[in-house]
Design a protein around this ligand. Sequence first.
Ligand SMILES: [Zn+2]
Ligand SMILES: [Zn+2]
Length: 365
Amino acid sequence: MKAAVLTEINAPLQIVDVEQSPPKTGEARVQVKATGVCMSDWHIMNGDWPSRLPIVPGHEAAGIVEEVGPGVASLKAGDHVIFSFTPHCGHCRYCAAGRPVLCIGHNDTPGIVLYDGTTRLSRNGEPINQMARIGTFAEYVVCSEENLIRIRKDMPWPQAALVGCSVATGIGAVIRHAKVTAGATVLVIGCGGVGLNIVQGARLAGAMRIIAADLLDNKLVYARSFGATDTINAKAENVVKRIREMTGGLGVDYAFDAIGSEATATQIVDAVAPGGSAVMVGIPGAQVRAPIRPFQMVFQEKSLTGSFYGSVRPDIDFPLLCDFYMNGKINLDDLISRTYRLDEINEGFAALRAGSVARGVVVFD
Ligand SMILES: [Zn+2]
Ligand SMILES: [Zn+2]
């Protein structure tokens, strides 16, 4: 079967034939139907997040279970699934507390091999790692059932794929993590796949005013179509100053950073009103540090928190996000600006880096 393999940092993915071993105990083999092109894949491809090569990237995907290994109770062949890129052991302190995105049950193995410490992919006898223990830039994936969430069968594939990363991360950050209240004023910095879902999550939560900021005007046009009431071009204007002007000097109730940089992390803290919540969502480079003013945090009772993977519980939230889409409550169709075949995936990364798409999705026949 074919997979897109990264063999060298800053080199294109290579579409090659690879060998795949069958599912072991607790694992399943899934035929991938659609997989999104995400900035997190790019962070691995360009070396921002050091990883072991060769590796198959890809973590935002959906497909059909083809076969299950021994002991798999939650899935059977023919089930439609969305991949979850975090483990969920079910009994560590975080899983037990209902916070599976913080699961520590498999911390004894690196996040690029399956839970027994080996990979199911190889080429000419050399093992190939799987990003997030899945690696979905491939026609088939063998992974643990922990990483597969069953969904309704009428959910279309490209839209289902996006639920697995950008939709869960963005909407989850709003409704699960920050718990934005009806009538609130919200700032979203960065209007890519995650940022647009923060915007529509804020709309879903009943926010009154949703202000979107980005460096690119085409992204701000997208943001308006997903529910932004106001926009700021952050290249032309000072975001914090503009927010103060727009809110009578007070600031916003909630500010989300969908970028993950020193500048944007600082801006969200400065942009929230006294008592407000700043939430970091976009994943920064590992070495980034940001200067905040503790003085302001104390006197104005501001809070700054991080949300990983939208703080979702995939078993509950992925099916719910599919229902939201099927009931017309969220818009996933307009996230999909372009689709590609697997052998066009490098074009997908060029478009992502140029900022010319909301989301690109690789689809399989
Ligand atoms: Zn992603
Ligand atoms: Zn756990």
